[in-house]
Design a protein around this ligand. Sequence first.
Ligand code: SF4
Ligand code: SF4
Length: 161
Amino acid sequence: MKYQQELDDAYENMEEITKAFKKLGKKKHNKVDQVFHELHDEAFEKIDCLECGNCCKTTSPIFRDIDGKRIAKKMKMSHADFEKNYLKKDSDGDWVLKSSPCVFLAEDNSCNIYDYRPQACREYPHTDRKRMISILDLTLKNVEVCPAVAKIALEIPNKFI
Ligand code: SF4
Ligand code: SF4
């Protein structure tokens, strides 16, 4: 994987990153957002999702009903058949992919249903959203999946000394 080094660096520094993330809950949320959003832009200037695809290869987005219905319609199948063929319920009762890598991932890491992909795919890895302090646990999990999040997380301890 092209960006394995970013994941390895974050893995080695996970203790420091976790400590820094724990402290973020006490900071002003708009300051936390500002730092994440700047680091997000910087990370994605260097990292190209088409050279990675790790999220699509190793995790599943949540498919809301509205996502499943939209995709099923485009695929000219019933929503029930779409769920039966591609999805399962996870332990939280959410619809997720039955298998990984995602069946819609193409060889070149592009998405075969890009224009009507689930909202969760559009928003991943969520490091440019508002109130980052409300998704710090999720972001910490994504450090192990997404090299861009790993890159961002490695900078967080330096930004809040
Ligand atoms: S639907 Fe597309 S963007 Fe979403 S996980 Fe599958 S391949 Fe990736
Ligand atoms: S969002 Fe992250 S894990 Fe997914 S393809 Fe882009 S860099 Fe890779």
